[in-house]
Design a protein around this ligand. Structure first.
Ligand code: TXD
Length: 312
């Protein structure tokens, strides 16, 4: 039987790191595309040359031609520009909307059966754009943000307590921006809620750091934004879908009444399996968190409106 196939659109920092991580999982052949001539081909060849040492046993190719994404089971979209210091994710709206519009037209043309995992920013709005332009079922268009935001919180919890990250779990809902909603009540260490292990001020500090974690890295790097953790997060979603693992992960998905929200793409816990987003899981939220989720969704809605205005 032929291997599964994953296309990674945009072979920049996040795209190339996602491709390498996926190749190391040995679950699909990988094709990377980019508009820069030679660059995806060069990076793919470099990765293939690491295969004997890294235990990679799938093919990795690079291309500038969308025809080569034909037959992809999943298309991970990382094309676009990243933030520079001082920029918000929403500042990327116009530039990336043009790029993503062109990319998704090509996905419809060349890989009409695929599942789309959006990674480009502003994440929730680009996921909406992909859904709207492709006409794909909502199960087949999702965005990666919550997995990244929650692994960042997991990492900060482990650092604060001085424990291994292994048994730390965390949940972050909402849009991918400063309005995201980390949920300490649903964050645990070996099943123990962190609210029983840490004082409120320490938890508040970690929540604030999680909300600004992308910006913390942008400020340190000065050119470009984070990519190791984003790539690991995107690969985890692809793995759950391809292997039908049914992992329960926070992902950006279209809501139709769940959490009292409709007609918006925002991060909530979902079950990811071979059909894509197979189920939205509704958690009971405190009135305060529920209000925060609503205001995060309102922020996404207003950015969707801005997008509609620029395309008018
Ligand atoms: O949590 C998340 N979802 C994110 C999102 C975490 C980190 C980064 N996030 C966003 O991903 C970021 O804000 C950007 O919008 C994307 C890609 O970030 P990356 O750091 O990989 O940017 P690069 O290194 O500049 O790579 C972008 C590549 C680059 O090689 C361009 O030549 C290419 O995109 N590009 C295109 N490829 C294909 N087709 C078109 N039209 C195109 N335009 C640019």
């Amino acid at each position: 039987m032929a291997n599964a196939k994953v296309a990674v659109i945009g072979a920049g920092n996040v795209g190339a790191s996602t491709a390498l991580r996926l190749a190391q999982l040995n679950i699909a052949d990988i094709v990377m595309t980019d508009i820069v001539e030679g660059m995806p081909q060069g990076k793919a060849l470099d990765m293939m040359e690491s295969a004997p040492l890294l235990g990679i046993d799938v093919s990795i190719t690079g291309t500038n031609d969308y025809k080569d994404i034909a037959g992809s089971d999943i298309v991970a979209i990382t094309a676009g520009v990243p933030r520079k210091p001082g920029m918000s994710r929403d500042d990327l709206l116009k530039i990336n909307a043009r790029i993503i519009g062109e990319v998704v037209d090509n996905v419809v043309k060349h890989a009409p059966e695929s599942i789309i995992v959006m990674i480009s920013n502003p994440l929730d709005v680009m996921t909406y754009l992909a859904y709207n332009k492709t006409g794909f079922d909502k199960k087949r268009v999702m965005g990666m943000a919550g997995v990244l935001d929650s692994v960042r919180l997991r990492c900060f919890i482990a650092m604060e307590l001085g424990v291994s990250v292994k048994e730390v779990s965390a949940m972050v809902l909402g849009g991918h921006g400063d309005s995201m909603v980390p949920l300490p009540d649903y964050s645990t260490v070996s099943g123990i809620p962190i609210v029983k292990l840490l004082p409120k001020d320490a938890i508040d500090r970690m929540i604030a750091r999680t909300q600004k974690a992308g910006g913390e890295i942008v400020a340190l790097l000065k050119t470009g934004s984070a990519y190791y953790a984003p790539a690991a997060a995107a690969a985890a979603m692809v793995e759950s879908i391809l292997l039908d693992q049914k992992q329960l992960l926070p992902c950006c998905t279209k809501l139709e009444g769940e959490y009292g929200l409709s007609d918006v793409f925002v991060g909530v816990p979902v079950v990811l399996g071979k059909e894509g987003v197979e189920k939205v899981v509704e958690l009971p939220l405190s009135p305060e968190d529920s209000e925060k989720l609503k205001s995060s969704a309102d922020h996404v809605k207003s950015t969707i409106e801005q997008l509609k205005e620029c395309s008018d």
